[in-house]
Design a protein around this ligand. Structure first.
Ligand code: CAA
Length: 287
């Protein structure tokens, strides 16, 4: 635990929020996780319980650690329960207005020193910070999916983030057992700026006849040692998420390599979003 950050609030208990809440509680932080309704909260908490069971079955944590992790968590639908949090990490839907509203609600209940962080994958940190009354105590903390497994966190300093806020957020990531890197407040930060053009290029390569989806995936896993080929990763990240991030980067840089291919757009319009919808570049039969 860091000297000044003891209690964490996590806004949103979706794929990213649940993972962030889990790693915070696993590292010993009192963690309050907030969702908008009971059904979404229960879905998120059941994801956390499954992940803890998996970690246990892989010998990563003991049964007692898993039980203590859950005991350190408060799952709530009431923003008021975030009172007393030293750091609040927002992982809600990628919509600026929704985020601005939740920051206002949180700022009504937390203290003046509380740091607000966003797990946004592509929105501008400086712009999000400007919607709050504490742009100096606002920072980007971008985690990777699956959060309990991926070591990286990009720590993003907006134009108004103070050196002290950045340093405290960076130290917090180390305490979580993660490997933080400093990333500039530019669309896509570091990872998505390099990863997304590669994923978009894989779609273009396939459409141009370079190889089948399965063969391109096999080529990149066996030829480069990547854990997943680009189409498996696209389905894993979500085609809608990739499309969204690509558009934001294209808006910022106006470079063709960030432009989403027409096929990606049409798959999103057809509801083929990857694993989450059961269908993407591959099919995922319901279990
Ligand atoms: N808690 C703790 N550890 C866990 C765990 C859990 N819930 N679940 C699995 N693990 C551990 C396993 O024990 C194993 O550890 P060891 O190597 O020490 O044995 C390791 O994690 C791998 O687990 P599995 O064997 O179950 O899974 P796998 O080998 O099939 O790998 C994967 C799964 C980690 C997802 C791997 O395929 C991978 O790394 N894929 C790429 C993921 C990626 O690129 N993510 C980033 C996406 S981009 C993003 O997130 C940003 C954005 O903005 C879009």
């Amino acid at each position: 635990m860091t000297e000044d950050i003891r209690k964490i609030g996590v806004l949103g208990c979706g794929l990213m929020g649940s993972g962030i809440a889990e790693v915070c509680a696993r590292q010993g932080f009192a963690t309050v996780v907030r969702e908008v309704d009971d059904a979404l909260l229960e879905r998120g908490m059941s994801r956390i319980r499954s992940s803890l069971e998996k970690a246990q079955s892989r010998g990563k944590i003991s049964e007692a650690d898993a039980a203590q992790t859950l005991a350190r968590m408060i799952a709530t639908t009431d923003v008021a329960d975030l009172a007393g949090c030293d750091l609040v990490i927002e992982a809600v839907t990628e919509n600026k207005d929704v985020k601005a509203q939740i920051y206002r609600d949180v700022e009504n209940v937390v203290g003046a020193q509380t740091i607000l962080a966003s797990n946004t994958s592509s929105l501008c940190i400086t712009e999000l910070a400007a919607t709050t009354s504490r742009p100096d105590r606002f920072v980007g903390l971008h985690f990777f999916n699956p959060v309990p497994v991926m070591k990286l966190v990009e720590v993003i300093r907006g134009l108004t983030t103070t050196a002290d806020t950045f340093a405290r957020a960076h130290r917090f990531c180390l305490t979580l057992g993660k490997e933080p890197v400093a990333a500039a407040d530019r669309a896509g930060f570091i990872v998505n700026r390099l990863l997304v053009p590669y994923l978009l290029d894989a779609i273009r390569a396939h459409e141009e006849g370079a190889g089948s989806i399965a063969d391109i995936d096999r080529a990149m896993t066996l030829g480069c040692g990547y854990p997943m080929g680009p189409f498996t990763l696209l389905d894993f990240v979500g085609l809608d998420t990739t499309y969204w991030i690509a558009n934001i980067m294209f808006d910022e840089f106006r470079e063709a390599r960030f432009a989403p291919p027409a096929l990606l757009k049409r798959m999103v319009l057809a509801g083929k979003l990857g694993r989450k919808s059961g269908s993407g570049f591959y099919e995922y039969p319901a279990k």
